[in-house]
Design a protein around this ligand. Structure first.
Ligand SMILES: Cc1ncc(COP(=O)(O)O)c(C=O)c1O
Length: 234
């Protein structure tokens, strides 16, 4: 057993078999194929609402692209100081957001609190300051802890008050779902989360489709139609 990272082991044989099966024959490009449609359908079932799914190459790409849809280049993204996007992504979030400021927050056991976030959000409307734009939580955290649905709801309330988008880095989301015995929907959009990255996939929730479509990079992706949730998947 090696628990250092999911990147150190190969994938399950079932995954290799599914990839091999998907590689047979011809298919429309750029997401307009049956496999992508099935993926979207499965995620919509999983999240109990319509989603749009966007496969990307890595978890870092999922985070960077997710955050790039949620903040302008002059925005501030708040998150725990140990979060992967703060310390382990080689500046990719800064690059893809066009230079947004990542503001690290302290917090016991890898978690930020609603009260600490509330106190940290300053400078709205101050012409000299980067503008508060988004929050990123990690579920499960770098410390192996999880955010309860009520804790996410409290943070989402602060986000609504300060007009901040709420993103979750869900590289270990499945562990949190299992540990908390709550549905993916309960731990995301029902609690106020607007975007979710998986290890190699991101989910976007309704209100950000507009900004999402306005980004030139992302406008290359297939149109999301009336989807309430967009998913990036690597
Ligand atoms: C919490 C978290 N987010 C994002 C990533 C990035 O994933 P990748 O290594 O696929 O870029 C990792 C990788 O370990 C991670 O632990």
């Amino acid at each position: 057993m090696n628990f250092s990272s999911d990147n150190v082991t190969g994938v399950a044989p079932e995954i290799m078999a599914a990839i091999a099966a998907a590689n047979v024959g011809t298919a429309a490009a750029y997401g307009d194929d049956a496999t992508s449609e099935r993926l979207t359908r499965r995620f919509s079932e999983l999240f109990e609402r319509e989603v749009a799914v966007f496969p990307v190459a890595t978890g870092t790409a999922a985070n960077a692209l997710a955050l790039a849809t949620l903040t302008p280049p002059w925005g501030v993204v708040y998150g725990h100081r140990d979060a992967h996007f703060q310390v382990d992504e080689c500046g990719a979030p800064e690059l893809y957001t066009g230079g947004a400021k990542l503001r690290p927050l302290d917090g016991a056991h890898g978690k930020i609190t609603a009260a600490d976030l509330d106190a940290a959000v300053t400078g709205r409307g101050v012409v000299h300051h980067a503008q508060p734009a988004a929050v990123s939580l990690t579920q499960s955290t770098e410390a192996g802890t999880v955010y309860q649905a009520a804790e996410i709801e409290a943070i989402a309330e602060v986000c609504r008050r300060h007009k901040l988008a709420l993103h979750v880095d869900g590289s270990r989301f499945a562990n949190a779902v299992a540990a908390l015995n709550r549905s993916p929907a309960d731990l995301t959009w029902r609690a106020g989360v607007e975007a979710l990255s998986f290890g190699e996939l991101s989910v976007f929730l309704s209100s950000f489709l507009d900004s999402f479509e306005s980004l030139s990079l992302l406008s290359l992706l297939p149109p999301s139609g009336d989807a309430d949730v967009c998913v990036f998947l690597a």
